[in-house]
Design a protein around this ligand. Structure first.
Ligand SMILES: [Fe+2]
Length: 177
């Protein structure tokens, strides 16, 4: 087996800070289960469960995904699933990837310190990638196959994210030279 390098990218998008508190208020209204016993989330809820925070978030997200699909030469995007996760002291999420998805997104609603940033694993070089340049209030979009984890929260501050999976389809042929 021979490995040849193809460059990949992660995308960061600034989201207006005015959306932070309304989203936190809507997430507060949500019930949650303790996924893997480690973070509060609606990840395992039925897809028909009422999620006002997601209705709000998708309105913010849609124009950005329109632009991203266009830049990547795709006509169509779909968000196959989305969920929130909240990490308090001692909460974390171990190494995993997101299957059946092209890209995965994370919106950092609350990211009180750098130690709580998602870590991504460079499987080829057997090391964690250098910390990504991402901050609270930004949206991060990364290829879904890349292993990642949320390190254990050793602080007294809460981290809140909204995560989602994206699939792109249908090439814009005339966008390719
Ligand atoms: Fe994840």
């Amino acid at each position: 087996m021979k490995f040849n390098k193809l460059d990949s990218y992660y995308v960061t998008i600034d989201i207006d800070k005015k959306h932070k508190q309304p989203l936190l208020d809507l997430i507060d209204k949500m019930p949650g289960s303790f996924m893997y016993g480690l973070s509060k989330s609606d990840w395992d809820f039925d897809e028909n469960h009422n999620r006002e925070y997601l209705e709000y978030f998708k309105k913010i997200l849609s124009p950005h995904l329109d632009k991203l699909a266009d830049r990547l030469c795709f006509k169509k995007w779909t968000v196959s699933n989305a969920w929130y996760q909240q990490y308090k002291k001692t909460n974390g999420h171990t190494w995993h990837n997101h299957a059946y998805s092209n890209f995965s997104g994370v919106y950092y609603v609350e990211l009180p310190n750098d130690d709580l940033k998602t870590q991504y694993y460079d499987s080829m070089n057997k090391k964690i990638f250098e910390q990504l340049n991402i901050n609270e209030g930004q949206l991060l979009i990364v290829p879904s196959y890349i292993l990642h984890r949320s390190p254990e929260n050793n602080s007294n501050n809460r981290k809140t994210i909204i995560a989602f999976n994206i699939n792109f389809e249908e090439c814009i042929h005339n966008a390719i030279n």
